[in-house]
Write a protein that binds this ligand. Sequence first.
Ligand code: MG
Length: 309
Amino acid sequence: MGQFVLQLSQEKIQQMKTYYEQKLVSVPQGAVFRAKTSGATITAYRSGKVLFQGKSPETEVEKWTAAETGELSYKTVAKKKGVLLPPDDLFSNSHIGTDEAGTGDYFGPITVAAAYVSKENIPLLKKIGVKDSKALTDDAIKRLAAAIIRMNVPNRVLILSNEKYNQLQKQGWSQGKMKGVLHQQAINELVEEIGESQLDGILIDQFCEPAVFKRYIVSESLSLQNNTYFMTKAESYSIAVATGSILARNAFLQEMEKLSEKVGMQLPKGASSMVDETIAKIIAAHGEAYLDACAKVHFANTKKGKRLL
Ligand code: MG
């Protein structure tokens, strides 16, 4: 089961309508056409949005994701790059998924979570609303994280504090390396707990080329576990990655609350001008050195905040 959205030209949509001529069904409001194939329901809207839903929409999506649309499906992209793509059945089998949060936020740590979702738990997690954390409100994330923990879904959440982050950054670590090492450590600890016998694979939400990821972890004497796969936007395909994304985001939110309390002011998320204003307030109240304990100080925001003083 999946859902895909493509943004296509009206010309392309007309081509599709002709292609699916024998499979057209009644048109919902605002739509140009709707077609039903054995594996997918395809709805094209006047806005150019085309929605693919159903058992196996990938097959249909593949047909319309040519290079000129600028909207490539993960398989097409992967083939081009020689990426370690998961087998199709991994998403419905027992697997570990990993994701992180906090990397683009000036304040707060980086959090990385690995979650092991057994085949049996997949439908239940779907039912309670587990999906990509980016599509969820903070309240929904807290509620879902609590439910995931109550279900005893095996997981590891690693938190890279700001002090440690800044220290590594000064030693020359890129954020990518920090993430890579955290992902692999979380995976290793989780595999150790659950064992390999009930594990069909490991899926990492891809943030850099797999070859680069390997270089990062090898430099810290770590290596990939058996059957490790990489995929961008993995949280929309894998419930395990979506579970990891929720747990990572939840840990980030919790850490932000603790930090806000410690600093004595509400720390904004992201890296906006509101962040710059908060930096100025923190420096005025506690001095610049204080940022080391609550911020990723190498971000351009530090300079911008200082200019506001
Ligand atoms: Mg991610």
